[in-house]
Design a protein around this ligand. Structure first.
Ligand SMILES: [Zn+2]
Length: 269
């Protein structure tokens, strides 16, 4: 039953024998987490799920990682960072559901023998929930002791000053409103041009964007188009500059903290 060359790094395209071989040789596993959320009139609802998976695959290609099936439902879209739930097709799960799914999946990957795991999240609102899920998964699997989980909540948050200048000029609006905006649109133009409808892109923002939130959602928190910033400024060139750094940062993080499992000394009885 030995398999010497897996044709795919996607777990769902592998056979169980190939997955066992991957675990046995000490391969790591990346778990992409995205959302099914409106991204304006010009980008698909799968934008966050696609970018999370693309990033996982790009990093996996350079290191010995496989990529688990993407979790394509994320936490509730919030009006000030995703437009909110009022756009057709946006489909979310509550925080406890997301945490339970991520914890269950990580736990089973650990049961399968994987010891180097990483959560690759792209959806702004999933932050903290994915961290908590990783925490709970490790707590529940404490007997394994060697498993380690790296959690990336916003893998694009550390771009160089040059790239930030190229993307946003002197008007960086904050990552909360970089939703269907310049960076995400540029990345989709680079990675999934067939799914981008630039002729429909509109620059937009909510009428009001205070530092606090309000429930029920005030209508002036929600831009009509679902765009929170300026997608018409997106270009493939901006996408290339951002993607190069985002992938390099992910590879560096995995190399730094997931090239080995937990130091066995730490748990010596
Ligand atoms: Zn997004």
């Amino acid at each position: 039953l030995a398999v010497t060359s897996a044709t795919s790094r996607l777990l769902e395209e592998m056979t169980w024998v190939e997955v066992r071989e991957a675990a046995d040789r000490g391969a790591g596993v990346l778990l992409p987490v995205g959302s099914t959320e409106q991204h304006g009139p010009h980008l698909p609802l799968a934008t966050d799920a696609l970018l999370a998976r693309d990033l996982a695959l790009a990093a996996a290609a350079e290191l010995d990682f496989i990529v688990a099936p993407t979790i394509a439902y994320g936490y509730r879209s919030r009006p000030l960072s995703g437009g909110g739930p009022g756009f057709q097709g946006t489909t979310a799960v509550r925080g406890t559901t997301l945490m339970a799914v991520v914890e269950d999946v990580l736990g089973q990957l650990i049961d399968d023998g994987f010891e180097r795991l990483a959560v690759v999240n792209w959806h702004y609102e999933n932050q903290n929930f994915v961290y908590e899920a990783a925490h709970l998964a490790l707590e529940a699997k404490e007997q394994w002791r060697r498993a380690k989980v790296l959690v990336t909540e916003l893998p694009f948050g550390d771009l160089s000053a040059d790239t930030m200048q190229l993307l946003f000029g002197d008007e960086f609006p904050g990552w909360d409103v970089e939703h269907a905006g310049i960076m995400e649109t540029s990345l989709m133009m680079l990675l999934h041009p067939d799914l981008v409808h630039m002729e429909r892109a509109v620059d937009d923002q909510s009428e009001r964007h205070p530092w606090y939130d309000v429930l029920p959602v005030p209508s002036d928190f929600v831009p009509e188009s679902g765009c929170l910033w300026r997608p018409t400024q997106a270009t493939v060139e901006k996408g290339e500059a951002a993607w190069r750094e985002v992938v390099a940062a992910m590879v560096a993080a995995l190399n730094t903290d997931l090239s080995t499992t937990v130091d066995s000394q730490r748990y010596k009885d």
